[in-house]
Design a protein around this ligand. Sequence first.
Ligand SMILES: [Co+2]
Length: 211
Amino acid sequence: MTTTESPLPVPAVALRSEEEIAARVKALEAIMIEKGIMTTEAVDRLAGIYENEVGPHLGAKVIAKAWTDPEFRERLLADGTAACEELGIGGMQGEDMTAVENTDTVHNVITCTLCSCYPWPVLGLPPNWYKAPAYRSRIVREPRKVLREDFGLDIPESVEIRVWDSSAELRYFVLPRRPEGTEDLPEDQLAELVTRDSMIGVGRPLHPGAA
Ligand SMILES: [Co+2]
C-alpha cells in the first residue's frame, strides 16, 4: 500500500439491495480463494456452520440456564461472553457479548443503528428486517410504536423501553423474563420456549404448551 493512493469512495451501504450484497460477497469469496486465503471447502463449511449449526437454539440454552441457575444468571449479566463460553458457545461476532435483562419495569430491545452488528454465536445470522434501515432508525426514535405495529408486542407505558445499539466491539442480546407457570419445567424444556425474537427484544418467550 502506498500513501499516495486516494481513498476509496465511501459506499452507500444502506442502499444496497440483497442482490448487490450477494454479488459482492461472491466477488470477495472468489478473490480470497484465488489468493489462497481460503478454500472453497472452508467457505462452504463456514457458511454451513452459520446456516445450520449456530442459531437461536444456542442462545435459548443460555437463557434457560440463566432462568434456572441464579449464579449463572449473575455471571451472564456480568460478562456475557465468558458465561456463554462456559456452555461452549462463542466464536466469530461474539467476542464481546452483553446480556441485558428484562424486568417488571424495563424492556430491552437491540439494534445496530450503523449496520447489522449482532451476536452470531447465540442468535445465528441476523434476520433481514434487523438489517433494514427502517428498523434500525425507527426502533431508536419510537421503540414502543415499532414494537406494537411491526411486531405485535405491546409494552405498557409503565415499562421503560431501553434500546441497545450494538457495534463491532459490543453486541447485545436480551435475557427475557421467564414465562409464568414454568416453575416445574426442566432446563431443556424451558429452552424450547425461548424464541429468537425474545432475545432481540421484539417478542416474548412462548408459553408452556405453545412450544
Ligand atoms: Co453494526
